[in-house]
Ligand binder design. Structure first.
Ligand SMILES: NC(=O)c1ccc[n+]([C@@H]2O[C@H](COP(=O)([O-])OP(=O)(O)OC[C@H]3O[C@@H](n4cnc5c(N)ncnc54)[C@H](O)[C@@H]3O)[C@@H](O)[C@H]2O)c1
Ligand SMILES: [Zn+2]
Length: 368
């Protein structure tokens, strides 16, 4: 079991990373003084393998456990679903001393976290992330929230968990495509902050599904350490935390333009990282070897680095401008200098962006 600490004063917490550790969750909750009433929020398909194990463990440690099973598709990440969680909390008489345990991917974590942030003005919550993306990214850092018809994650709150319990053995049942999606975020951490991690991934080209638990624990804890370090410095994203959005500028535009149906989040981010590196190179900052090293790693991971949708560079530029307006500012670019070193700028000439996108569109699609 590895632990990573997130030092945020009275909001500090530990991230525990291990394999087959769901049975020890009850004891861990006992140690942080939780209880006596806890509610587990999960989804039907994860109940048998994981939710029930968490429940058993909590009950063995003497907790009074209630359960709310919700849908976890992106469309269900809504206030209506949060309301259904409130209903369960009220029905089961949870109070200010109670806590909620989220067992699932980022959708479950964001929804549960938001319910916990707002129920009785904020109660404790525990993250038990079961996707690679949730283990390396969404379960850490305290961003919670839901979607609005006009935009993803438009409604939310900062609410740090009191414990993150990441069991890498849960990744064994994760569909390949979801695993790859998380891998994009892992590669992102290497590029933004950890050349050693990037090298480790370069030296072991096995697909993630073949990695042993020890390797996965090492990778997840390395990513969590980076995120913890950044969040400690800038909890509410007024500065350095924005480097975590590397690849997300173009990625987000692609996700929106394809109605969140074509690319998974990680796939869109992979294309976005490829775009950022090329932009940096076009500006004379990143060397060609940096662009190539990142691109071949993404390709080896089975992730896209080109735009193979019937989209024009114009469409994408327009979407980038719309996002800029919603965020009331400039388009913020996180660009690599070298592997492990990035900087943030809002001064990228639009022509450079458009030309880069143009070059990334697969030729046979340009006529579509
Ligand atoms: N809060 C943050 O800081 C933050 C950061 C990044 C992403 N997010 C959010 O996270 C969400 C995406 O999260 P995600 O990538 O974890 O996807 P997800 O929660 O949508 O899960 C993907 C699918 O995998 C299933 N699943 C989960 N764990 C499984 C397992 N162990 N075995 C088999 N199936 C499993 C889920 O039921 C779901 O169908 C988005 O809504 C995004 O906005 C939040
Ligand atoms: Zn992301």
């Amino acid at each position: 079991l590895k632990t990573v600490s997130v030092a945020l004063g009275e909001r500090s917490y530990e991230i525990a990373i291990g394999s087959d550790i769901l049975g020890e969750l009850g004891e861990a909750l006992g140690r942080i003084g939780a209880g006596p009433k806890e509610m587990i929020v999960s989804t039907r398909r994860l109940w048998q393998p994981y939710g029930a194990a968490a429940q058993d463990s909590l009950m063995k440690s003497g907790f009074h456990v209630s359960v709310a099973l919700i849908d976890d598709d992106e469309e269900s990440k809504s206030l209506a679903t949060v309301t259904s969680i409130y209903d369960k909390l009220v029905e089961n008489e949870l109070d200010r001393s109670s806590g909620i345990v989220a067992v699932g991917g980022g959708v479950i974590g964001d929804l549960t976290g938001f319910a916990a942030a707002t129920f009785m003005r904020g109660i404790r919550f525990i993250q038990v992330p079961t996707t690679l993306l949730a283990q390396v990214d969404s379960s850490v850092g305290g961003k919670t929230g839901v979607n609005h018809p006009r935009g993803k994650n438009l409604v939310g709150a900062f609410h740090q968990p009191t414990l993150v319990w990441a069991d890498v053995s849960t990744l064994r049942t994760l569909p390949q495509r979801e695993l790859r999606s998380g891998q994009a975020e892992v590669i992102k951490y290497g590029v933004i902050a950890d050349a050693g991690l990037f090298q480790m991934l370069q030296n072991d080209t096995r697909p993630f599904s073949r990695w042993e638990n020890e390797n996965l624990i090492e990778i997840v804890s390395r990513c969590c350490s980076i995120k913890a370090r950044i969040v400690q410095e800038d909890e509410r994203e007024s500065g350095i935390r924005s480097i975590l959005n590397y690849g997300h500028t173009v990625g987000h535009a692609l996700e929106t333009l394809s109605g969140y149906r074509y690319y998974t989040h990680g796939e869109a981010v992979a294309v976005g990282m490829a775009a950022s590196a090329r932009i940096s190179h076009a500006l004379g900052i990143a060397g060609e070897e940096t662009v190539r090293a990142q691109e071949s790693m993404l390709i080896d991971a089975g992730l896209p680095t080109r735009i193979d949708r019937p989209l024009s560079s114009r469409d994408i530029m327009q979407q980038l401008n719309r996002d800029k307006k919603t965020l009331a500012g400039h388009t913020r670019w996180v660009l690599p200098k070298n592997i492990g070193d990035v900087f943030v700028t809002d001064r990228v000439p639009p022509e450079v962006v458009e030309q880069t996108l143009q070059d990334m569109i697969t030729p046979e699609r340009m006529t579509a």
